[in-house]
Ligand binder design. Structure first.
Ligand code: SF4
Ligand code: FES
Length: 263
């Protein structure tokens, strides 16, 4: 099929960018979206032009590196699909496709479609981890965990840190990403000791990085390729308020529920 691409080209963070038009005459429906861009870039390199910069790594939907706005939608707007998992069979001959980088103050453009998501790394570095030595993987039944908690922690752990939630949000809020990290660790006994500190640190770093606040619009959930639910934002708010303003009891563990503030 023949496609017309309109791609945001920007030499570096400070340079002014612009949309540039490209014709691509022989695109197979079997190609992935990134393979289609590879073909475009091979042609540009052969002509001595600068290839289009875009992020990618695993190309299997698990690393979170890829991401761009396709026709105004984060990752293209196909449910549960990262750009690398998007295939050209979803497009048809003669289509015009508009490609832009994530738009958010906290994700400055590095070049073309590649943005700097170091702000996410700094949020995780502020406390999105468990700082006790965990050793090798324990037996599955060594620490009893409610099935409900294990399932919800696993759902939240599916976040790949792609940033689509920020790009889709009219406020450029990172609430879904932060909520996923807090819900993942806050549901498990290993995450209890640092739960208060983690909630305070991640929210504080999110504000420092320039992400705006959540106003419950829900675009983030709709754009998330990993199905992270808005409920994680409610958990963030609850953990943050408890940690910042209320005295908390000692954590419990073992066979009891680890959720000290049940839903
Ligand atoms: S919450 Fe979803 S959209 Fe946001 S970074 Fe994680 S996987 Fe990407
Ligand atoms: S390249 Fe890894 S998720 Fe797309």
């Amino acid at each position: 099929m023949k496609l017309t691409l309109h791609i945001w080209r920007q030499k570096n963070t400070r340079a002014a960018g612009q949309m540039v038009r490209y014709e691509l005459p022989n695109v197979s429906g079997h190609m992935s979206f990134l393979e289609m861009l590879d073909v475009l870039n091979e042609g540009l390199i052969q002509k001595g032009d600068d290839p289009v910069a875009f992020d990618h790594d695993c190309r299997e939907g698990i690393c979170g590196m890829c991401g761009m706005m396709i026709n105004g939608k984060a990752h293209g707007g196909f449910k549960g699909t990262t750009v690398c998992q998007l295939h050209m069979r979803h497009f048809k001959n003669g289509d015009e496709i508009y490609l832009e980088p994530w738009r958010a103050k906290a994700f400055p453009v590095i070049k073309d479609l590649a943005v700097d998501r170091g702000s996410f790394d700094r949020i995780i570095a502020a406390g999105g981890f468990i700082s006790v030595p965990t050793g090798s993987a324990p037996d599955g039944n060594a620490i009893p965990i409610r099935k409900q908690d294990a399932d919800l922690a696993m759902d939240a752990a599916a976040c790949i840190g792609c940033g689509a939630c920020v790009a889709a949000c009219p406020n450029a809020a990172a609430a879904l990403f932060v909520g996923a990290k807090l819900s993942h660790l806050g549901r498990l006994p290993q995450g209890q000791v640092e739960r208060d500190r983690r909630a305070l640190a991640l929210v504080q770093q999110m504000n420092i990085e320039g992400f705006a606040n959540c106003t419950n619009i829900g675009e983030c959930e709709a754009a998330c390729p990993k199905g992270i639910k808005l409920e994680v934002i409610a958990r963030t708010n609850r953990d943050y308020i408890k940690a910042a303003f209320l005295e908390r009891p000692e954590p419990t563990s073992g066979g009891e529920s680890v959720d000290r503030w049940p839903d």
